[in-house]
Design a binder for this molecule. Structure first.
Ligand code: CP3
Length: 354
């Protein structure tokens, strides 16, 4: 006969994994994009100690500590690996540095000759410290907390490799439209490296992975299938060829009306959405297809108060907890007060009790 689980084992179930697996969670899972970052004084302190952002990423002891920092403060349901989507270009042979205030600076790829200097051969070796970080976090994280690994989607990673810095991505978008053979080859190379990167993260202990297509919204509609849907699908197929049960969250940010195509055609466990998507659309159109993650505007979290409470209430009313992973629509802003994150957690938990 079926015995209801005692409360303690209910609490130790991972709400985030239950939602990704289509099982009723014991509460609405919650985490925040960029939850380990500059809004936390303890992050700024460790970052200063490490000297640079990249030395923090490649130091498993410090990177695992940073990954766990938000879990020490907040009752979140997931830890996200501390690393960056731009470690892949670096592992492929591009130069990478982060200039204070300016963001990333990379060597550019704009021709077959530029591409010839890159190779996926050393990806495993060069990214081994990241897998070490995953293994450390997997061993140390609190009970009930799921560990999320990640990579950038090929279009977003390619856009940084073409531009060499944060920009309006004019060159990259032109390359997507003209589709020269070197651009297709660059996407293919990123797909290959990303499969290996995600498989290694899952083998090291990541229980789900998120694929960030932060600039999906830059693609004109006729390019969306070829440069967003197709390469992300190839990564997922490649990962699942080796790990059939791998759980994936896709984040085609600002994809607008292409979002529905993405959710229908890419075999994700969940689609993450930005703050431009209404909770009604999340609950009515997306939730029947897969779980939905998001989507409080980072500026609403910065504002706090009634606006934040209303945003949480709208999500809770529109999507059942069985289909929803509460999160922001994009990364938390560095100037966000910690008290507002506490208020976010409290408001999400309030609905669990209703
Ligand atoms: O807490 C987490 O979310 C985990 C770690 C993480 C970082 N970057 C750490 C980081 C994750 C998942 C990312 C993803 C990432 N990186 C994306 C996709 C998500 C998004 O924001 O759209 C992108 C586009 C990048 C590339 C990147 N990394 C840029 C453009 C910048 C500079 C801008 C900025 O926010 O500073 C980074 C730096 C970066 N990545 C920081 C952190 C904590 C700040 C570095 C610092 O300490 O100075």
């Amino acid at each position: 006969m079926f015995e209801p689980s005692p409360q303690s084992s209910l609490q130790s179930r991972k709400a985030l994994l239950d939602v990704l697996d289509g099982i009723d969670p014991h509460r609405r899972p919650l985490w925040m994009m960029r939850q380990a970052g500059r809004y936390l004084p303890e992050y700024r302190e460790l970052r200063a100690k490490a000297g640079s952002f990249l030395s923090l990423c490649y130091n498993p002891q410090l990177a695992s500590e940073v990954t766990l920092q938000p879990l020490n403060r907040f009752d979140f349901d997931a830890a996200i690996l501390f690393a960056d989507i731009l470690l892949i270009p670096q592992a492929l042979g591009a130069s990478l540095s982060f200039q204070a205030g300016d963001g990333p600076v990379l060597s550019t790829v704009r021709s077959s000759a530029d591409l010839a200097g890159l190779s996926a051969d050393r990806v495993s070796d060069l990214l081994a410290p990241v897998y070490d970080t995953v293994a450390r976090v997997a061993a140390l994280k609190p009970e009930g907390v799921a560990l999320i690994g990640f990579c950038g989607a090929p279009w977003t990673v390619a856009s940084y490799m073409i531009e060499g810095r944060s920009s309006t991505r004019r060159e990259a978008r032109l390359a997507a439209i003209l589709a020269p053979s070197w651009f297709q080859a660059l996407i293919d190379l990123i797909v290959e490296a990303s499969i290996e990167y995600l498989v290694s993260q899952v083998r090291a202990g990541a229980e789900a992975v998120q694929i960030f297509d932060s600039w999906a919204g830059d693609l004109p509609a006729h390019c969306f299938e070829r440069w967003c849907i197709e390469p992300v699908r190839q990564i997922i197929d490649g990962v699942r060829a080796q790990i059939p049960e791998a759980r994936v969250i896709g984040f085609p940010r600002a994809a607008g009306t292409n979002l529905l195509d993405f959710a229908q055609r890419v075999p994700v466990n969940a689609v993450a959405v930005d703050a431009g998507v209404s909770p009604r659309v999340m609950g009515r159109d997306l939730a029947p297809l897969c779980a939905v993650q998001g989507n409080i505007d980072p500026l609403v979290l910065l504002a706090g108060g009634a606006a934040l409470d209303a945003a949480v209430d709208d999500l809770a009313a529109a999507i059942p907890k069985r289909r929803h992973i509460a999160n922001l629509g994009h990364g938390i802003l560095p100037e966000t007060p910690i008290a507002h994150v506490d208020a976010l957690v409290a408001r999400v938990r309030l609905h669990d009790g209703l």
